[in-house]
Design a protein around this ligand. Structure first.
Ligand SMILES: Nc1ncnc2c1ncn2[C@@H]1O[C@H](COP(=O)(O)OP(=O)(O)O)[C@@H](O)[C@H]1O
Ligand SMILES: [Mg+2]
Length: 332
């Protein structure tokens, strides 16, 4: 019996989607490497909707509906909204080896696609041999590729990927080989929005390249979603703290998206701040008169540019002013 996985719609609208997981054929030369690359499911992962949408695309592809071609999903959102985590957790659920390949401006074509190298032939001479780059290697077997920071990719990289992503569905290597897009390979991407703020080294996505993706927005989480993620991970965290952290998060991020440059903050409150750093601060400063404020000072503000701290302070004052006086965690 093949293993299956069920995706449920967190919005409660669509039906559950049951999908067969990928199996790794033992015949592959690098099957051991690939097995190790299947991500562990994160027990604290809360699907805010993206996982279910990925499953919808997968189900459509497997439905055999006439005329459909494989689609590639690019998730667009600000830093720390959980884009990479959604994609990684989809790989975990589907049992696919996960290859996250950043396309930032500095990586060259040879790193991604590959190059011809000289090797000793063992007889005192040299011979040239093709060596796969990161993308090519991943494409050789079952894989989920996450091409992260699509909009930081250089022109030569984009050009190399065009054929892979459209109907041609193959990568032409400079050595003349053609690597087809296998049926058990999925390609995803992530990018930052360039419209509101600039991220170093990014640009608006080249139109021809953008047209090869389905682009889905990953919004900042709303209060109930922040709470759900915190509760899942820190079941003992006090209600007052949940409330305050969730509101700070949504208000800071709303201020980040504000049009008025005089009041808006320039750094969003990422899920890493909310789920990793603040709770660590609360543990450390649990006995402080105001644990949340101490955690904020020591674990949030250092991430924020100095010129931006005033705006953070304005939001803090509007939302909490004084943090809860109870200890942050219920003890048993
Ligand atoms: N849906 C989620 N449920 C639980 N934790 C999450 C979720 N999304 C993100 N996280 C946490 O937030 C961190 C940052 O997410 P990440 O995917 O790296 O953001 P991005 O790629 O958008 O910058 C992850 O390491 C993970 O711990
Ligand atoms: Mg990321």
């Amino acid at each position: 019996m093949p293993e299956t996985v069920v995706f449920t719609d967190p919005a409660g609208e669509g039906p559950p989607i049951e999908l067969e997981r990928f199996g790794l054929g033992p015949a592959l030369a690098d099957s051991e490497l690939r097995l190790r690359k299947i991500p562990e499911p994160d027990p604290y992962y809360v699907d805010l909707g993206m996982g279910y949408r990925f499953a919808q695309i997968e189900a459509a592809r497997r439905s055999g509906a006439e005329g459909l071609v494989p689609l590639h999903v690019a998730v667009r959102g600000h830093m720390g909204t959980g884009k990479d985590h959604d994609i990684e957790q989809f790989a975990a659920a589907m049992g696919l080896p996960y290859f996250r390949i950043p396309l930032t401006g500095e990586v060259r074509d040879v790193t991604l696609i590959g190059s011809t190298r000289l090797h000793g032939d063992g007889k005192g001479g040299t011979e040239s041999r093709w060596a796969d780059g990161d993308i090519t290697r991943a494409l050789r077997g079952p894989a989920l590729l996450n091409l992260s920071e699509l909009n930081a990719a250089g022109a030569e990289t984009l050009f190399a990927l065009h054929g892979l992503l459209d109907r041609y569905a193959a990568l032409d290597l400079p050595n003349g080989e053609t690597v087809p897009l296998r049926d058990d390979v999925r390609i995803f991407g992530t990018m930052n929005p360039t419209d509101i703020r600039d991220y170093a080294g990014t640009q608006t996505l080249n139109k021809a390249f953008a047209d090869r993706w389905v682009i889905w927005e990953k919004r900042f989480p709303v209060e109930s979603q922040v709470k759900a993620m915190l509760v899942r991970r820190y079941p003992g965290l006090g209600e007052e703290y949940l409330e305050a952290i969730a509101r700070l998060t949504t208000e800071i991020n709303a201020s980040f998206e504000a049009m008025d440059s005089g009041v808006r903050v320039e750094t969003p409150l990422s899920l890493r701040s909310v789920l990793d750093r603040v709770p660590t601060g609360l543990v450390i400063y649990a006995d402080d008169p105001d644990p949340l404020r101490r955690a904020w000072d020591e674990f949030v503000l250092p991430q924020v540019d100095p010129y931006d701290r005033d705006h953070y302070e304005t939001v803090w004052n509007a939302v909490v002013r004084r943090g809860p006086s109870q200890p942050p965690f219920r003890t048993r």
